[in-house]
Design a protein around this ligand. Structure first.
Ligand code: KIV
Ligand code: ZN
Length: 522
């Protein structure tokens, strides 16, 4: 295939994905994910929105310094202050990119109260300014799919003349459909003077469940860059899932003759890491990376699979990095076996990290006869969540529960290095334990989500617990895993509180879902 069939993969997990309420990642987690994306062969990493906060700025700058091959991009609204700040962060990269955007649909033009001509002028000025700083400039007319096509052509042409090198066509609210998505890109490329000098990109949201189909249709229409996120992470119904578009082009190259540079064998590992650091679990039946994506439960399927895997499998698990091993770990398994098992699961640990994980693994193996792959993934996830626990830590917990109410909990919580001991009661053991946490660390956050899942089968299975808190629109999620559901619940709650404390410190520019636009940076 020639270069014209190459589709660039622009990953926005760290920007559009992280924008999803509650998906906030720490600085180190962002660096780790960026490193994995770079290694995986993603062409462009949108590392954040530098003007949004000091934290975003620091993360984008650091990622720009560490990236080996990927272009590093930052987001900026259509004003000089945003663009300058973005450039300050991305300029450290070997291959920096500025991505500037403005909402062009009638609804979006009304927000800054600009008429069509005024907006056209703003686009010319801001793209020119960005291009004077950086030779690689991406411009996006936000809500393009609800913008009048003639006006869209006019503003795209202005951006191209002002020096944009990539024109991205966002389906911001997930409104388009495959036929329209292909027609729109085809029409823009055919009609805009200078269109063949730039790359057209597609950026789809999944509100109607069509983000993957719309992105692939846009490629059929001539787009050569897909914007996407790992696991389809993103606010509301999420973004186009990287793993879906990449695997679709790989598996159906016969009807989609395009290629990407993504090493698909790295998909499962990064999917697990993103689920873990964002706190957004992957649904079991999610295409490509869901727990059941390669599972064949029914008798007919199993019989067919044993005879010939191709009967029900259109791709091999190894193609996405799912390696099957029959080694189940137990309390006699040693450090070397654990290291190799974790490596197989995508966790390449340094010696000091392995020591810590080995201690946890032994504790788990003492409580559980057999430690399965999913147990180890949960254990790794728990250990990475604990790293966020800088302020609050559970030291001791005992709950008394049974048929007689109320249930009670004795808790010792460490708050900034100091032990606090309390006893609280509640309606059930989890309620009692959460009341105890609240008694020590009073707060106004409301519990929006409390979810328990068994990691494996059996009564000795670990439970993974996810908690989401909302404090005046500031959202934080927490996770934990333990064979004791109440312990996992309290640790997840405390993990969410730690993240909330961090979020209070960050004071970010918010993304307003109702108007689908960014609030002013002030
Ligand atoms: O969905 C969208 O329109 C965006 C833009 C900022 C590109 O994420
Ligand atoms: Zn978006």
């Amino acid at each position: 295939m020639s270069d014209k069939d190459r589709v660039l993969i622009f990953d926005t997990t760290l920007r559009d994905g992280e924008q999803s309420p509650g998906a906030t990642m720490s600085h180190d987690e962002k660096l780790e994910i960026a490193g994995l994306l770079d290694e995986m062969g993603v062409d462009i990493i949108e590392a954040g929105f530098p003007i949004a906060s000091e934290g975003d700025f620091a993360a984008v700058s650091e990622i720009a310094k560490q990236a080996e091959t990927a272009q590093i991009c930052g987001l900026a609204r259509a004003n000089f202050k945003d663009i300058d700040r973005c450039w300050e962060a991305v300029k450290h990269a070997k291959r920096p990119r500025i991505h500037t955007f403005i909402g062009t649909s009638p609804l979006h033009r009304a927000i800054p109260n600009l008429n069509k001509d005024e907006m056209a002028e703003r686009i010319h000025d801001t793209v020119t300014h960005a291009r004077n700083l950086c030779e690689n400039v991406q411009w996006s007319p936000m809500d393009a799919t609800r913008t009048e096509w003639d006006y869209l052509k006019r503003v795209c042409e202005i951006a191209i003349r002002a020096g944009a090198t990539t024109i991205n066509i966002p389906d911001t609210v997930g409104y388009t459909a495959p036929v329209e998505s292909a027609d729109l890109i085809r029409d823009l490329i055919a009609e805009i003077p200078g269109a063949d000098e730039v790359i057209f990109a597609t950026h789809c949201h999944n509100d109607l469940g069509m983000a993957t189909a719309n992105a692939l249709a846009a490629v059929a229409g001539g787009a050569r860059q897909i914007e996407c996120t790992i696991n389809g992470l993103g606010e509301r119904a999420g973004n186009t899932a990287l793993e879906e578009v990449v695997m679709a082009m790989k598996v159906r190259g016969d009807i989609m003759p395009y290629f990407t540079d993504v090493d698909t064998a790295k998909i499962m590992n990064i999917s697990r890491r993103v689920a873990s650091v964002s706190g957004f679990d992957v649904q079991f039946n999610k295409a490509i990376v869901g727990k059941n994506a390669f599972a064949h439960e029914s008798g007919i399927h199993q019989d067919g699979m044993l005879k010939n895997a191709e009967t029900f499998e259109i791709m091999r698990p190894e193609d996405v990095g799912l390696t099957e091993t029959n080694i189940v770990m137990g309390k006699h398994s040693g450090r070397a076996a654990l290291r190799s098992k974790l490596k197989n699961l995508g966790f390449d640990l340094a010696d000091n990290q392995l020591n810590d994980v080995f201690v946890r693994f032994k504790a788990l193996a003492d409580r559980k006869k057999e430690v399965f792959d999913d147990d180890l993934v949960a254990l790794m996830r728990d250990s990475s969540a604990e790293q966020a626990n800088e302020h609050l830590k559970v030291k001791f917990l005992r709950v008394i529960c049974g048929t007689e109410a109320p249930q009670s909990a004795d808790l010792t919580l460490i708050v900034d290095g100091e032990d606090h001991q309390v006893t609280a009661t509640g309606d059930g053991p989890v309620d009692a334990a959460f009341n105890a946490v609240k008694q020590v660390f009073d707060h106004d956050a409301t519990l929006e989500l409390y979810q328990v899942q068994a990691v494996t089968e059996g009564t000795d299975a670990q439970a993974t617990v996810s908690v989401r808190l909302n404090e005046d629109g500031r959202i934080a999620t927490g996770q934990s895993a333990d064979t004791d559901t109440v312990v996992a619940s309290v640790k997840a709650y405390v993990n969410a509180l730690n993240r909330l404390i961090e979020r209070r410190k960050m004071g970010q520019v918010g993304y307003d879902e109702k108007t689908v636009s960014y609030k002013d940076a002030g």
